[in-house]
Design a protein around this ligand. Structure first.
Ligand SMILES: *[C@@H]1O[C@H](CO)[C@@H](O)[C@H](O)[C@H]1NC(C)=O
Ligand SMILES: *[C@@H]1O[C@H](CO)[C@@H](O)[C@H](O)[C@H]1NC(C)=O
Ligand SMILES: *[C@@H]1O[C@H](CO)[C@@H](O)[C@H](O)[C@H]1NC(C)=O
Ligand SMILES: *[C@@H]1O[C@H](CO)[C@@H](O)[C@H](O)[C@H]1NC(C)=O
Ligand SMILES: *[C@@H]1O[C@H](CO)[C@@H](O)[C@H](O)[C@H]1NC(C)=O
Ligand SMILES: [Ca+2]
Ligand SMILES: [Ca+2]
Ligand SMILES: [Ca+2]
Length: 652
């Protein structure tokens, strides 16, 4: 099987990021399409089919023509997919939102239209918000009153930790140092992809970017949250306030980037998620929106392995390659609330190279009890979880209210989006990769630690400290803004397929299997990588118990990443992993040349069997030395340390 899908490679130069891998689910979808007549296969599948269809026309069409084509077949055209000129999102109102069978008759109608090349009914799946706790205290009963300006600022320990409620002094995002540089997020827009945003909230209204907003749950321009008695749909409004609540207006608290704009993208509030809703959301107005913040994902039950599907993957890749007028959109992702029994590398959104996935620490530096860990997490911010219940995340709430109890890694991702908004104001020329480099170089270990002492801080081959839970540490807005102002964009990115092991090998019952790939990192070719950014191990394996397989990747410079941890709830014995891209950020800046080692072993209470069938190593990074032209003011800074490591290497 070839790695490079022709449709992607054909349109890409080696510098653009490519969507290289077909996921198992897509393969399953193709199967279903091919065998659409074999009803048995369809009936036995547990899939859910929605009333949405992806329709590809034989030739390009404008909105009116697409409307006509939809109408003459009894459908409604909801609009183009990903700004495409020949792919449209059709809906049929007479079909239920969800049914267990594909509707052959509706397919037939669409397919027999001479203008239509191809039509496929959208599958429905579950995407859950992170950080909604049913036990949450009711909405805070604090409305406009005579208290001093931004009465909740004192509760926003994540902005300024003075040790309130048992917190650790100065363990915060260091935003005041960024604000003191005159940087508050001006002219930057963050989209909150969620259950809606209360854009009439007095603390949000002035910073609301209506032009960049949309409601994909109800297909209208007004992403206002749907009312329910339990305020279930308060999630997006809370996230929006963390980014851009107004300062000095006497209402609630202050956003990290309080002069930036927020857009609402309502997309979580319908019976089932579809690929087209996700794709349209993540590709919405990519030149008006700079940053997309997502605090949701596949169910955090510790047994799901799932990620972006076809159209969504295309939307993300388009966003990083073309969004923000070519600089690339920033996708910020909550790493997940599945706790120690889940692994965020099994979440294809969080583990993607194109998203910055963010974990959380609580107010004294421990990880939160719901935190997942994985080697693709880049950095951390803050959320709730301390014993003192007054240590949640204070922000805006529905219907003009404020809350002190926003929670989960959900609350952590928008804080990061706010910090990135500050960095983008400080330097609007930053690319999506510059933002990741800045995160690596300016995040701090501070006093973050694993409450269970499983994961220590380690140093990689160029002297960067990382932690399996927290990535490169807590974001430091002051340091990031200062460095952003001096920043020169990193050199072009290349993609090197370093090697592959394609043998069916049994995984031993009680000891490790080691596989080696020796690579010159494509030296001498036009995809040479000398300085790592992301590294992916694309792996196919099966096992009598998927959750008991663990994987470690050891780099030539000796850095060991746990790319898959034990997941006690994952009892899959059928699917395994098919070309799953396990990603690590821990070898950032390293020289990839040499021998990479994959360790595969069972961590199991009972004997298990399994086979590893494929391991392909993909290196992503630069050929040229990054940071070369940046001035170093502090010899102890991470920038100085990495620069020195690179220079020492080049002396030899
Ligand atoms: C994904 O979508 C593209 C464009 O519509 C199509 O060419 C390709 O075959 C699809 N891939 C899969 C695996 O469905
Ligand atoms: C604001 O951002 C837009 C792009 O989103 C850019 O075209 C414009 O020049 C910026 N305005 C200022 C004042 O920086
Ligand atoms: C951004 O890039 C443009 C064109 O390359 C340059 O003129 C401008 O000075 C840069 N701005 C910053 C803040 O670096
Ligand atoms: C593996 O298990 C077998 C039987 O249970 C035992 O004889 C053998 O010593 C074990 N090997 C190791 C390396 O622990
Ligand atoms: C795994 O794959 C091997 C080789 O293809 C096959 O023989 C075995 O039955 C499979 N095991 C499971 C648990 O699916
Ligand atoms: Ca609406
Ligand atoms: Ca305020
Ligand atoms: Ca998860």
């Amino acid at each position: 099987m070839s790695f490079c899908r022709p449709n992607i490679c054909a349109i890409s130069t080696s510098r653009l990021d490519k969507w290289l891998f077909v996921r198992p689910l897509n393969a399953a979808i193709i199967l279903v399409l091919i065998s659409i007549i074999e009803i048995t296969l369809i009936q036995s599948s547990p899939e859910v089919f929605t009333n949405s269809f992806l329709v590809r026309l034989k030739r390009d069409a404008d909105k009116h023509i697409a409307h006509q084509i939809a109408k003459r077949n009894g459908f409604i055209n909801l609009g183009a997919v990903l700004g495409s000129s020949n792919e449209f999102h059709f809906m049929h109102r007479a079909l239920p939102h969800a049914r267990s069978k594909r509707s052959l008759s509706h397919h037939r109608i669409l397919k027999s239209d001479p203008s239509i090349q191809f039509a496929t009914q959208q599958i429905g799946f579950r995407r859950t918000k992170r950080g909604y706790t049913k036990l949450r205290l009711g909405p805070e009963d604090l409305s406009l009153n005579n208290e001093p300006n931004d009465p909740y600022f004192q509760f926003q320990w994540y902005l300024k930790n003075v040790g309130q409620n048992g917190g650790k002094k100065r363990l915060d995002l260091n935003v005041e140092a960024a604000w003191a540089q005159g940087i508050t997020g001006k002219n930057v827009t963050t989209a909150i992809m969620d259950d809606g945003v209360d854009y009439m909230h007095l603390d949000i209204r002035e910073n609301y970017n209506a032009r960049a907003s949309y409601d994909f749950s109800s297909n209208d321009p007004y992403p206002y949250p749907r009312y329910t008695d339990d305020w279930f749909n308060s999630h997006g409004t809370r996230c929006a306030g963390e980014v851009a609540a107004k300062r000095d207006n006497g209402i609630c608290g202050v956003g990290v980037a309080y002069d930036s704009k927020v857009a609402g993208i309502r997309m979580l509030d319908q019976p089932y998620m579809t690929d087209l809703i996700e794709a349209n959301s993540m590709g919405h107005e990519p030149d008006l929106i700079d940053i997309y913040s997502a605090s949701w994902g596949p169910t955090d039950d510790g047994k799901t392995v799932d990620g972006p599907r076809n159209a969504t993957m295309r939307a993300i890749v388009r966003g990083v390659n073309e969004g923000r007028r070519g600089l690339g959109n920033i996708y910020v992702w909550a790493s997940g609330d599945g706790g120690e029994d889940d692994d965020c590398n099994c979440d294809g959104y969080a583990a993607s190279m194109w998203t910055i996935s963010i974990n959380s620490a609580i107010n004294d530096g421990q990880n939160a009890h719901y935190d997942e860990s994985c080697s693709s997490t880049l950095a951390s911010t803050f959320s709730n979880g301390a014993k003192d219940p007054h240590t949640g995340v204070a922000t805006t709430d529905l219907y003009g209210k404020c809350t002190k109890t926003h929670s989960g890694t959900s609350a952590a991702a928008p804080e990061a989006a706010g910090v990135f908004a500050l960095a983008l104001e400080a330097n609007p020329n930053l690319t999506w990769r510059d933002v990741q480099h800045l995160s690596v170089l300016t995040s701090k270990r501070n006093s973050l630690y694993d409450s269970k002492r499983r994961f220590n801080w380690n140093m990689n081959g160029v002297g960067l400290e990382f932690n399996h839970l927290f990535g490169y540490g807590v974001l430091d807005a002051g340091a990031m803004v200062a460095l952003a102002k001096l920043w020169k964009s990193v050199p072009p990115r290349f993609h090197c397929e370093a090697g592959s092991v394609n043998k069916v090998l049994p995984i031993p019952t009680n000891h490790s299997l080691y596989l080696d790939i020796s690579t010159n990192a494509c030296t001498g070719s036009d995809t040479e990588v000398n300085y790592n950014e992301h590294v992916q191990s694309v792996i196919t394996l099966n096992s009598t118990r998927r959750g008991d397989v663990t994987l470690y990747l050891i780099s030539p410079m000796g850095t060991r990443s746990m790319i898959l941890s034990r997941r006690p709830n994952d009892d899959d014995r059928h699917d395994g992993f098919t070309k799953w891209p396990f990603m690590t950020t821990h070898t950032w800046g390293e020289n990839p040349r040499g021998v990479w080692r994959l360790e595969v072993r069972f961590d199991s209470e009972s004997p298990q069997m399994g086979f590893i069938k494929e391991w392909t190593l993909m290196l992503h990074g630069t050929k040229e030395q990054p940071y070369k032209d940046l001035p170093v003011s502090d010899r102890n800074s991470k920038l100085a340390i990495v620069k020195k490591a690179h220079e020492d290497r080049n002396k030899h």
